[in-house]
Design a protein. Sequence first.
Length: 368
Amino acid sequence: MLRLILSVGAIALLSACNLPRGAALQSEIVAEANSSAPQIALYQVDRSTLPKYLSWPMTGRDHNHGWLRHKHTGPENAIAAGDLIDIVIWDSEETSLLSGRGNRATQMKGLKVSTGGTVFLPFAGAVQVAGLSETGARNRIQRKMSEVVPSAQVQLAVTKGEKGSVSVVSGVLRPGSYPVDSSHYTILNAVASAGGASAKVENPQLRLIRAGKVYTKSMSALLENPDLDTVLRGGDKLTVETDTRYFRSLGAATKEAIIPFSKDEISALDAMSMIGGLSEKRANLRGIMVLRDYDAAHVRQDGSGPSNERSVFVFDLTSADGLFSAGEFSIHPKDTVLVTETSISSASVALAVLARLAGIASDVKSLN
């Protein structure tokens, strides 16, 4: 009789209370999405729906201005404002306008290229040299001087000024200022000049600051696609930083944690591996979910975007279609990967509790 009373009491207790568990059930999330005033939108990911979801806006990234592609302009070693030019003008005439008797050469050292791109020369005035190579500048100055001194011969040397250099600020072995000594001087050239990325920087991200705007791209992307290896300008600033993007892992996963991005693109299937797989006894393979917050401006009711800021994407990993779709679905920064718990797990807990209570009843009876 005591065993019956304890069993009935246990059943009533289990019916009235939620059993302790580490994750939500899929049915609970679905019920929330199907309620009269849903706070979330639920989307099943498969072959037919995947393309639409992949076209929706990217979320979770810091604001930047995209990236600047490789664009070559101007000649090699182009002269820029702030550069210093040393000029020697040779004149074979005995009565030269530029030099005294017996002196065949006139030297002008440290001529600074103005912000307008010119240098001032006696008898020739302001000569535009910015954007020219050393050879081009020498030829132009020679022509100008020949108008006054027909026999003049010009030698020219350029020292790059502060405005003709870039600052590699951090994340490299030798931070510092490096001259832009070529019109093909690119970001990867600057990183190499600075000794390469530090071994402590994980999945290095390149951050270029130019004219008050910030551009971000991973180093691996530049190595794979030379068209992304941006040509630098004087005054640019460059940092090499650890990838700060992450996603969360919760529920019946082997690991509940903040997981950093180890590469540029991570799929939902990659995420399953990165969290150490799923709990064999607890995970519901039909209820793998990705929780994502969209900006309010991205919400659409015509299917061209999410219908709710709080969106949940659901995967069925028991089917081949679900596995392939998970392998193509991109995880965004700050997504939450939730592995829901199977109802069998809760039932197992309930049976274990009942078995324990039945054992206690048996022990009590034996004492009578």
